[in-house]
Design a protein around this ligand. Structure first.
Ligand SMILES: Nc1nc2c(c(=O)[nH]1)N[C@H]1C(S)=C(S)[C@@H](COP(=O)(O)OP(=O)(O)OC[C@H]3O[C@@H](n4cnc5c(N)ncnc54)[C@H](O)[C@@H]3O)O[C@H]1N2
Ligand code: MOO
Length: 406
């Protein structure tokens, strides 16, 4: 009899797997979208480096605000450094983005003045320092702007560009091999020859899930239930990738060869085989030559849920990023029983209502762990802890937001 461990323990073991140090590469900033910054990005200077105008208007000395008329002595367009200085009774026409001329401290907007010949008359006052962007408003010299581990998006690209950084050092994404095992499963387009055959979805679901979550995928396709084919697939996959993920062949059937290959042929170090979770109780995680094997059950819903719970955290760790599974609190809108003493992940519908997430089970099908369609349309997974009680309408529960993994 196998020794089933708790979900909590299995995650602890997973998180303790030692990973090889990641390689980094330099890429042009817009090609770095979704990649992870390898080193802190630090500002080498203040931004702005000099007081800068935030509006179109006239640079003045604040003390002149009470004056009747102030003389315009020069113009100061953006991209140009004006040589004249502002002094008592004198102002310089200054535009958004121009440096504030020497001697000035306040910008009076065009809308607040009346121009009479080459003088301005202030018709609406402003406070001291109005519309002046001070040195370091945007960021200060030596400030860490983008922390190591940040996933690069549009704002990071913009900040990198403003720092004149064209190439950024990022972590190389992990590689994952995916294979589905089973003599009854057919690849896309393969001709069906008997009624017990079904179309394989797992290898493509997992490829999509891993790609969406930024791993590079080596698709190994379908492998028939025979020991040599499965061994051969593992040997190739292990030689080429960081993680090998398979589906099928890990429970107790006569043809569940995946576990036999991992244990007896590859002689991998099995970290666990069996967890008290629903779905996915037969999951097997092993290490072979510092590569990670995650063998998932064949059912479509089981393998997908377990790939989310066990493989995505590995991708996040390989990427050395601050990503984590999107688990949030939600209000449950009906009573829901605790059906067994396991950590249970149940597909539900999630909606954001009046500032909080709410879940229900409307339209969700009950049955085996084969029902992948329960993951369509506003889906989330309700998480019920092994030791939790029946849920009552209005309770706050943990859910995993599936749409955020797309
Ligand atoms: N006597 C017992 N039988 C079963 C147990 C058990 O404890 N005792 N556990 C059940 C549970 S729970 C699960 S989960 C499955 C896991 O079995 P395997 O991992 O060995 O998976 P298979 O038997 O190969 O397949 C299960 C199921 O999934 C379908 N399948 C397989 N591959 C694919 C694919 N690529 N795409 C879509 N669907 C796939 C397959 O046709 C089977 O219907 O074992 C239970 N049995
Ligand atoms: O472990 Mo199975 O995935 O519970 O149906």
């Amino acid at each position: 009899m196998r020794n089933f461990i708790s979900y909590k323990k299995s995650i602890e073991i997973l998180n303790n797997i030692e990973l090889n140090k990641r390689a980094t590469q330099k890429v042009f900033i817009t090609n770095a979208i979704s990649k992870v910054v390898a080193k802190d990005i630090v500002a080498l200077e203040n931004s702005p480096s000099f007081p800068t105008s935030a509006m179109d208007g006239y640079a003045i000395k604040y003390e002149d605000l009470e004056k009747n008329l102030i003389e315009i002595i020069d113009k100061n367009p953006a991209g140009y450094v004006v040589e004249s200085q502002v002094s008592i009774g004198k102002c310089i026409k200054t535009f958004t983005g121009s440096l504030m001329p020497k001697g000035s401290d306040t910008l009076i907007p065009i809308e607040n003045v009346e121009v009479i010949d080459n003088k301005i008359k202030i018709i609406k006052k402003v406070p001291f320092g109005f519309a002046v962007r001070q040195i370091g408003e945007n960021y200060k010299e030596n400030e860490v702007l983008i922390k190591k581990g940040t996933v690069i998006g549009f704002a990071e690209v913009g900040v990198l560009a403003s720092l004149n950084i064209s190439q950024v050092e990022v972590i190389v994404n992990p590689t994952i091999a995916v294979a589905s095992t089973g003599s009854e499963v057919l690849d896309l387009g393969e001709t069906q020859t008997n009624d017990s055959q079904i179309r394989s979805s797992n290898h493509l679901t997992l490829e999509a899930l891993f790609k969406s979550n930024k791993a590079d995928v080596l698709q190994m396709g379908i492998v028939k239930d025979d020991i040599d084919s499965i061994t051969n697939m593992f040997e190739i996959a292990l030689s080429k990738t960081d993680i090998v993920v398979t589906t099928g062949g890990v429970s107790v059937g006569d043809y569940d060869f995946v576990q036999d290959v991992i244990k007896d042929r590859l002689k991998a170090d099995v970290l666990f085989h069996g967890v008290t979770i629903k779905p996915g109780m037969h999951i097997l995680v092993a290490i072979k030559d510092k590569k990670i094997i995650v063998a998932l059950p064949g059912f479509a819903y089981s393998s997908t849920v377990c790939a989310i719970l066990y493989v995505l955290p590995l991708i996040f760790r390989f990427r050395d990023s601050n990503e984590k599974l999107p688990i949030v609190k939600a209000k449950i809108t009906q009573n829901y029983p605790m059906k067994m003493k396991k950590t249970i992940f149940t597909a539900c519908n999630v909606h954001y209502v009046n500032g909080q997430y709410e879940i229900d089970f409307e339209g969700k099908k009950e049955g085996t762990s084969a029902i992948l369609t329960n993951m369509l349309e506003n889906p989330a997974l309700l998480i019920q802890d092994e030791d939790s009680q029946d849920l009552k309408i209005g309770d706050l529960v943990d859910i995993l937001l599936l749409d955020q993994l797309k």
